[in-house]
Design a protein around this ligand. Structure first.
Ligand code: ADP
Ligand code: GN1
Ligand code: MG
Length: 360
């Protein structure tokens, strides 16, 4: 698809030299754009999923502004510390609607790398510093300023209700082949309300969180290996620190890809877990309440179970939410997540011991 005219609507005075799709996100489509003057990311926002583009971009504008001001006051480069979006040249808005799609553009950050599958514990320690740093940066940001871009996003009980509906829907009788996976989820129904209840009764505080801390959503500095910027900010909204900690562990404390078909190589690596926990608590441990700390070991299980259940739900719904690239892709993804949950459950005491080791 030709996106030159979209780029031109943001940058009327620059010539597009080239563009190519980048990243492996399941929701939006991202392109790297090179013009005669600079490099950018152009992103098509999936408006079936993010229906309130105005609210979403207003969230991102406020949050990135907050992070930029802090970076600036520390003498750091605000153009590397977070994403810098371009206003549309015609409308002045931070996005544009073209050909029935919503697009936004932001500066491409140079000399960084991203990681799809974690291999090096040092990188995961740095990711802990990065995501913990993000929590710290936003600890004084008023959650009331943000809209919920996806309602009940990490409400695991509500996700379970969606799963039950998908079982009824049963696209193409897919249920017939996934009895074990369905039973695996159902056996954990009661656990799913653990955080939901505590957030509702005030035992857990509401925070400003990222909510999609997959390890490919952080940029690392090529020269130092240190975290540069946390990206993919569509789901930044009120949430719990437990979500961000848990989702990073889900995606990073394993050597296997999220869609690995050979389950024998899907491992939960405690060494990786420890390195992330160390970095995370070093960065924001002082901001956590005793209840958040107590719940941290359960966070990885909750977020991995929830994600696996969401993949299975989408499989049962006929693959309408996550992008799929092969037959049974969502089912393969669900299976890796359940294998991880199984492994994590066996190591709950080890996870608690690690958290206690790094709590100040
Ligand atoms: P998606 O929704 O497709 O996951 P992301 O915002 O996470 O979109 O971007 C996808 C990938 O593109 C990232 O993992 C990263 O490798 C690269 N990328 C995105 N934005 C930038 C940027 N500003 N600077 C450098 N790389 C980027
Ligand atoms: C989606 O967009 P991406 O790929 O970073 C999803 C996350 C899931 C993740 C699983 C808005 O994230 O919630 O954890 O896939 N994002 C949305 O890989 O649903
Ligand atoms: Mg992403």
């Amino acid at each position: 698809m030709d996106i030159t005219h979209v780029v031109k609507s943001f940058l009327p005075n620059e010539e597009v030299i080239s563009y190519k799709p980048i990243g492996n996100g399941h929701i939006n489509s991202t392109y790297k754009v090179i013009t005669d003057k600079n490099q950018y990311s152009l992103q098509e926002i999936n408006t079936n999923i993010f229906s309130n583009v105005n609210g979403l971009m207003s969230n991102i504008d406020k949050v990135t502004d907050h992070i930029k001001k802090k970076a600036y006051s520390r003498g750091e480069d605000p153009h590397r510390a977070t994403l810098n979006f371009l206003p549309n040249a015609t409308t002045g808005e931070m996005y544009v609607i073209a050909d029935n799609h919503a697009y936004r553009m932001y500066e491409f950050i140079d000399d960084v790398f991203t990681i799809e599958t974690m291999e090096n514990p040092t990188n995961f320690y740095q990711a802990g510093l990065g995501f913990g740093g993000f929590a710290k940066e936003l600890s004084d940001f008023d959650a009331g300023q943000l809209v919920e871009t996806i309602v009940n996003f990490h409400n695991t009980s509500s996700r379970y209700r969606d799963f039950k509906k998908a079982i009824e829907f049963n696209y193409n009788n897919r249920l017939a082949d996934i009895k074990n996976e369905v039973a695996f989820v159902k056996a954990r129904k009661d656990f799913m309300s653990l955080f939901v209840n505590k957030l509702e009764n005030g035992d857990l505080p509401l925070r400003v969180t990222h909510n999609d801390t997959k390890i490919n959503n952080i940029l690392f500095d090529k020269k130092t290996g240190a975290p540069a910027a946390v990206i993919d900010l569509d789901t930044v909204m009120p949430g719990s620190y437990l979500y961000d900690f848990g989702d990073a562990i889900r995606s990073g404390a394993t050597h296997a890809a999220e869609d690995e078909r050979d389950l024998s190589i899907v491992d939960f690596d405690l060494e990786l877990y420890e390195q992330f926990a160390k970095g995370y608590l070093e960065a924001c441990g002082d901001y956590l309440t005793p209840m958040e700390i107590k719940m941290l070991p359960y966070a990885s299980i909750m977020l991995t179970l929830e994600c696996g259940m969401r993949f299975l739900t989408d499989h049962l719904n006929g693959d309408t939410y996550f992008k799929v690239h092969r037959e049974n892709h969502n089912l393969d993804r669900a299976r890796t997540q359940f294998k991880l949950v199984d492994e994590m459950e066996k190591h709950i005491d080890d996870m608690s011991a690690i958290i206690n080791k790094y709590v100040k």
